[in-house]
Design a protein around this ligand. Structure first.
Ligand code: PLP
Length: 463
């Protein structure tokens, strides 16, 4: 089968990213564009359109309008996902040899940039739940303890990254966390890939959007948490801690010289759609419906985990002795396609389309799964093995460039990794270049691999 044939494959229900639910929730104006003859709209950077870094043209106008609307100093559309814009943001924040403080659950794009640019990550641990296998949101007290333990004289820390909300929708109270960083005059990049829509729903008791906090840089994934096409994203910046010139240079450094006009239009329309009163009230209704779906499933004793993002339905399959991968497989075979299987849970993304038919289908399949599957009493996630503050044994950029050999992971105990070991989704590295595979890390990675086919008998490059 070719890729193009697969792209039109029908599923009963698609609850994965992109959040436009296979076109059902694309902005009307964008759908109208797509109805033109195929490819007609695939234009180069003609002067009237310009580009994200031009001072004039339609793209510049839109970016300016959105920045003014949301009180940002500026914003840039991106066509290489939140990943691409996070990478530019990091390069704007730190020079090679400098250090960035970040939580253990950062996205792999952060680690790749550190490796590429010789930027040193210092990780701070994040509370980890053995019950769900998920990292919990950090609190003010947690970050204060981290700051107390940090040696600011030894490490040239130049910035901090926060991730909120997480893939599952756990969100942090950002203001006090950012305050702590700003007291040390450190700029903060908030990876809000999963929370773009919070910006438009301040009346719905959702987490406060990062852009309304004092974050210096915010990156949103418009296909994960708004109704843009895959790869669409936006970066916002505020305040004076980030050098504007550096930011422009780093976006220019990484972005293609031929950005897709279709994707740029999707960036624009996905935001405009939410600024349109009629569409906004439709989406807000969907969010309230999602809250209701959660409530009804809980009333039916289906083991869901509550997060702050109503559009994520996080099923705690382990409560029934079933791992999330087995459940995912079962739902997939029955036409209900989820987003994120993990050992203890399976996460579905409702997206922005009408999901009235989800409830009954989900309940029916869950009951069928309970009847038909083998239950295990031994599903157990090990506690994460990290210290409160930890840096790789060898600088990440050096480890990444070192000569390595590939060996089975089972033989890697006490070796230094030259590799990033990272299940995707969720794209959170278990091990980064330069880190030592000590016994606790070895056991933990083995435990994390238990049900995950991608991590069975894998090889690792060690130094
Ligand atoms: C927390 C987080 N940040 C950033 C990204 C990257 O987003 P994108 O797929 O738009 O590049 C992801 C993707 O999974 C993510 O989970």
């Amino acid at each position: 089968m070719s890729i193009s044939s697969f792209l039109t494959k029908k599923f009963l229900k698609s609850l994965f990213f992109p959040a436009h639910n296979r076109g059902a929730a694309l902005p009307k104006k964008f759908v109208k564009l797509l109805k033109n003859p195929p490819g007609y709209w695939d234009l180069p950077e003609l002067p009237e359109i310009g580009s994200t870094l031009c001072q004039s043209g339609l793209i510049a106008n839109s970016q300016r309008e959105f920045s003014e609307k949301f009180g940002a100093k500026g914003c840039y559309f991106g066509v290489n996902g939140a990943s691409g814009l996070i990478q530019s943001a990091i390069i704007a924040m730190a020079n090679p040899g400098e250090t960035i403080l970040m939580p253990r659950n950062v996205h792999i794009s952060v680690i790749k940039t550190c490796a590429m640019q010789n930027i040193n990550p210092i990780f701070f641990d994040v509370e980890f739940s053995k019950e769900t296998g998920h990292y919990k949101p950090i609190t003010k007290i947690w970050l204060e303890n981290v700051f107390k333990k940090l040696d600011f004289d030894k490490n040239k820390i130049v910035g901090v990254i926060l991730v909120s909300p997480s893939y599952h929708g756990y969100a942090e109270d950002l203001d006090p966390l950012i305050d702590i960083c700003h007291q040390k005059n450190l700029p903060v990049l908030v990876d809000e890939a999963h929370g773009s829509y919070f910006l438009f729903c301040k009346n719905l008791n959702l987490p406060k959007p990062a852009l309304s906090s004092n974050a210096d840089l915010v990156v949103n994934s418009l296909h994960k948490s708004l109704n843009g096409l895959t790869q669409t994203a936006i970066l916002w910046y505020k305040g004076n801690r980030i050098n504007e010139r550096n930011l422009i240079k780093s976006i220019d450094l990484l972005q293609t010289t031929s950005p897709s006009s279709l994707l740029l239009s999707s960036c624009e329309e996905s935001i405009k759609d939410w600024l349109n009163k009629k569409s906004l009230s439709k989406y807000q209704k969907r969010i309230l419906e999602a809250k209701n779906i959660y409530k009804k499933l809980i009333e039916k004793n289906i083991p869901l985990i509550e997060t702050q993002d109503p559009l994520k339905i996080v099923l705690n399959t382990s409560k029934a002795g079933i791992d999330g991968f087995t459940a995912d497989n079962f739902f997939y075979r029955n036409g209900l396609i989820a987003e994120l299987p993990e050992m203890m849970t399976l996460t579905f993304c409702l997206g922005f389309a009408d999901q009235k038919d989800f409830l009954n289908l989900f309940e029916k399949l869950w009951n069928k799964l309970l009847l038909n599957s083998k239950k295990s009493n031994s599903l157990e996630v090990l506690q994460s093995p990290f210290e409160l503050i930890q840096a790789p044994e060898i600088e990440i950029g050096i480890a990444w460039r070192s000569e390595t050999r590939s060996i089975p992971f089972s033989q890697s105990l006490n070796k230094i990794s030259g590799d990033i070991i990272c299940p995707y989704p969720p794209g959170i590295p278990l091990l980064v270049p330069g880190e030592k595979i000590d016994i606790d890390r070895f056991n933990w990675i083995n435990n994390q691999s238990l049900c995950n086919k991608d991590l069975v008998n894998f090889n690792i490059r060690v130094i």
